[in-house]
Design a protein around this ligand. Structure first.
Ligand SMILES: C[S@@+](CC[C@H](N)C(=O)[O-])C[C@H]1O[C@@H](n2cnc3c(N)ncnc32)[C@H](O)[C@@H]1O
Length: 543
């Protein structure tokens, strides 16, 4: 199988193994514990630090336990200001690191290599953390999608690629001066083992619209004609599906089209018998070719939970603009964060890949959308999902954690309340062309404006698609109710020296033993880096 080659691969190939384990230090002052509780590491976590070290620090507790990973890494556009400065101990890497602190820019000829070197060890650690039946979703755009796909094939296995989803991220073209403007991003989805993963279908209440009747027990149902219509509906097409069925008068009924041709039933003898036994073979009196006859139907009840398969194109979700507007509401400030994802996008992923007790990890947390989506879904369905977020920037506290504090406790919401002052009225051209009719409408609207002006900040009159509306708008400040929940804010401590720990701090070690960390560390002692140019020697840690 072809594998992805890139500069530096041999040096980063096992870099994740050499990254030191660090302690997870609880920061009580920045945590948001449940009422009456102290912050602890068993709660939801917001971890401040580089995710290479953060993911390694999480391994002793969470290896193989994360059900769903969502990450939204830098897309390597050349304008994001991310720097490659992982401490990989090799001359080539040291050469790059001389320039560390310099953002990776578009004209950097090694920018793709650097991006791959940054992603490789992180994806390795994420794979270690992912449960056997877990799934990982990675947002990306055209800058790196093909290289990411090849890298994920390498790390997770081509056979574990589930789908590449497309999210429509803008709702209007963002640059009118160019001929083609990208309005979507991709989300690659892989599992640890495609054969055992169990995904949830898409909830879709609109399916219930097809069940228009209700029985005496209040169950929604629809009756479907048993005679097949349309293509392949002749006796000759399926001879075994042409047979007589006893009607309520004891006569055999055969499927016959209105033009007299012999048709066929939509089900075989056994299925029809099952319907008869279950009471779902329904007979109705119908006019056919000038006669009143019995016609058989099968009754289908609406599913308790209406679902359909997930499509791979997600054009029905809010866009980046709406995600930014939500941040503006939460922080009562504009331009809080440049690239937030909408809560609904993460919610879609949670719907596919989590159940009520899942653990969800986002190691490029940004504005904390993933935590928001987890808390919102728990509040909606009574779930007990947990999240772990990692963010390297100092805004881990002031943006990532602060958003989560606000949605947990509720926040003041400033918005525009609208009241309809005139019922929607269809206006045709002929109405408008007549002076008298037009004057009547204008007078009516002027009257509303005079009467209501004092009650609203603005009165908006519009004709859209031939419908006139008059709406009073008023700025309001309301409290958005909190979603509830809690989290513990964590910083990374000193690198752990296992031998020293064992010798010097028996009490602390006892606690690490209880959490399983020590046995994990023993099993995962750092391996030396392989010599350059030997990437094919797989030294990946296996559970
Ligand atoms: C595109 S944003 C994620 C946006 C997020 N999905 C949201 O909805 O707000 C990427 C984030 O990853 C963070 N990041 C980049 N490199 C990181 C690293 N090595 N460790 C942890 N966070 C990192 C960036 O600081 C940035 O906040």
């Amino acid at each position: 199988m072809p594998t992805l080659e890139f500069k530096g691969k041999s040096f980063v190939y096992t870099h994740h193994l050499g990254v030191p384990y660090r302690e997870l230090l609880v920061v009580p002052g920045k945590s948001c514990p449940a009422t009456g509780k102290k912050p602890d590491l068993d709660d939801n976590l917001i971890l401040h630090g580089d995710n290479l070290e953060a993911l390694k620090a999480l391994l002793p507790r969470y290896a193989g336990k994360v059900d769903c990973i969502y990450i939204d890494p830098p897309y390597n556009t050349g304008t994001e200001g991310w720097c490659y400065n992982d401490a990989v101990n090799a001359p080539l890497m040291r050469d790059w690191l001389k320039k560390s602190g310099n953002p990776v820019e578009r004209d950097d000829l090694q920018r793709h290599d650097k991006w791959l070197c940054m992603m490789w060890p992180r994806l390795q650690l994420l794979k270690e953390l992912l449960a056997e039946d877990g799934a990982i979703f990675v947002s990306i755009d055209d800058n790196e999608v093909h290289r990411l796909r090849a890298m994920m094939d390498d790390i997770f296995g081509e056979e574990n690629h589930v789908a590449t989803f497309i999210w429509r991220k803008v709702d209007s073209p963002n640059d009118n001066k160019v001929a083609i403007t990208p309005d979507h991003e991709m989300i690659l989805c892989y599992t640890n083992d495609a054969e055992i993963v169990g995904f949830g279908p898409k909830n879709d209440a609109s399916i219930l619209g097809a069940y228009s009747a209700k029985d005496e027990m209040g169950r929604l149902y629809r009756d479907r004609l048993l005679k097949k219509n349309g293509a392949n509906s002749l006796r000759a097409d399926r001879p075994t599906m042409f047979f007589g069925i006893k009607d309520p008068d004891g006569n055999d009924v055969f499927p016959i089209h209105d033009n007299g041709e012999e048709a066929r039933w939509a089900a075989g003898i056994e299925t029809v018998e099952k319907h008869r036994n279950a009471g779902t073979l329904i007979w109705k009196r119908r006019e056919r070719r000038g006669q009143t006859v019995w016609e058989p139907y099968t009754r289908e009840f609406a599913p308790d939970i209406p679902t359909r398969p997930h499509p791979t194109i997600w054009a029905d979700l809010p866009t980046m603009r709406q995600a930014k507007a939500m941040l503006t509401d939460i922080f009562a400030a504009v331009d809080v964060f440049a690239t937030p994802k909408p809560v609904e996008l993460i919610d879609r992923i949670l719907e596919i890949a989590t159940d009520k007790d899942s653990l969800i990890l986002d190691s490029f947390a940004g504005s904390g959308t993933t935590a928001h989506a987890v808390l919102a879904l728990n509040a909606k369905d009574g779930g007990n999902r947990k999240f772990i977020l990692c963010e390297t920037e100092d805004y881990a506290d002031t943006l990532t954690a602060e958003r989560v504090r606000r949605v947990i406790r509720g926040y003041d919401y400033k918005g525009t309340a609208e009241t309809e002052l005139h019922p929607p009225e269809k206006i045709t051209w002929s109405t408008f062309a007549k002076d008298k009719a037009r004057d009547v409408i204008l007078e009516r609207i002027e009257g509303i404006e005079t009467f209501e002006r004092a009650n609203y900040d603005k009165i908006e009159k519009k004709i859209v698609d031939g419908v006139l509306t008059v709406v009073g708008q008023k700025q309001v400040t309301e409290k958005m109710p909190g979603l509830g929940g809690s989290f513990t804010y964590v910083e990374l401590g000193e690198a752990m020296d296992l031998e020293r720990l064992l010798a010097e701090t028996p009490g602390h070690v006892a606690q690490l033993h209880r959490t399983g960390a020590i046995s994990f560390l023993h099993r995962h002692r750092p391996h030396p880096c392989p010599p350059p140019n030997t990437p094919q020697r797989k030294m990946r840690v296996r559970r």
